[in-house]
Design a protein around this ligand. Structure first.
Ligand code: PDD
Length: 285
């Protein structure tokens, strides 16, 4: 039986009820996280909770839970849901007011919701078996605060849907100057002449935890050159390899962008090295 957490209690999903006056519902006024967990072990737990706290601070949402409280909550939720391959979803909205008004209400208690969902088994680094992603590109039409992991995801959802409607896996976005930002739900890396390149952190992208772990792992455990710098669309299309990173995908190989085959049309050699290093070191943070 699956159990969810809402405001201090574990319960069956159908018992979890929130007010329609909740600002998460009315305004998307909240922050969320998705943490992967395999057999009860979370990947990047502390980094995920730090990002959650940074987002809450940015929105001035005062949530009393400490990292230890989150740890306990997440562990209980995982155990109560079978401790298999799980995505742990955490969501803190500003809470429910008695009226709809744009300004932040003063006296308001955040709504805290968490649940788990099944995810695929831990990604491996096998070139023949790894998922192969086909993607499209588009101009990034989201807001100017993409570094905040807000529950207001309509911009991302619409971009993702553009790709899904064409039977594609992801929509890779470029800013108005023609530089790569990220995917609708992933960060993007390219490989050219054995150099691993990804756009630098800014308000235009989410500081992905997988991105952060991967950069640290490559810098500490490989001799691969790594660059954080602007990437143009021409460069992306001419790349030897293109990767997407996210908590559930880890490092995923893209084999086609806008119908153009990338590299050999298969997950590449550098991808294999990067994903194997990721598998090996991802729990060491
Ligand atoms: N998406 N960029 C965006 C816009 C994202 O939504 C995500 C994650 C990422 C990758 O971040 P991370 O490595 O921390 O998972 C990058 C999540 C998983 C989601 O919305 O479901």
């Amino acid at each position: 039986m699956s159990l969810v957490y809402l405001n201090g209690q574990f319960m069956r999903p159908e018992q979890a009820k929130i007010s329609p006056m909740d600002r998460g519902f009315l305004f998307g006024d909240g922050i969320y996280e998705v943490i992967p967990s395999y057999g009860g072990r979370c990947v990047g737990f502390t980094a995920h909770i730090q990002r959650l706290q940074t987002g809450l601070d940015a929105l001035e949402i005062h949530c009393a839970l400490t990292t230890e409280d989150w740890q306990q909550l997440v562990q209980q939720l995982i155990q109560r849901n079978g401790a298999g391959n799980l995505g742990v979803y955490l969501h803190v909205s500003r809470g429910a007011d008695h009226k709809r008004a744009h300004a932040y209400p003063k006296e308001i208690t955040p709504t805290i919701f968490a649940y788990t969902f099944e995810i695929a088994a831990e990604p491996q680094a096998e070139r023949d078996k790894a998922p192969r992603y086909k993607v499209m590109t588009a101009t990034d039409l989201r807001w100017q605060r993409c570094h905040i992991k807000s529950t207001a995801l309509l911009g991302n959802v619409m971009h993702h849907q553009q790709a899904a409607a064409l039977g594609l896996n992801e929509c890779i976005l470029f800013d108005e100057q023609g530089f790569l930002t990220e995917g609708s739900s992933t960060n993007v890396f390219i490989v050219k002449d054995a150099v691993v390149i990804t756009p630098p952190l800014s308000h235009k992208i989410l500081p992905g935890i997988t991105r952060q772990l991967l950069l640290t792992i490559l810098r500490e455990h490989s001799s691969m050159p790594v660059q954080e710098r602007a990437v143009s669309k021409t460069e992306l299309l001419a790349a030897d390899e293109v990767w997407l990173t996210s908590s559930s995908k880890e490092v995923a190989a893209v084999i086609e962008v806008d119908g153009k085959v990338i590299g050999t049309g298969k997950p590449g050699c550098v991808w294999q090295q990067a994903q194997s290093l990721f598998c090996r070191y991802k729990y060491s943070f």
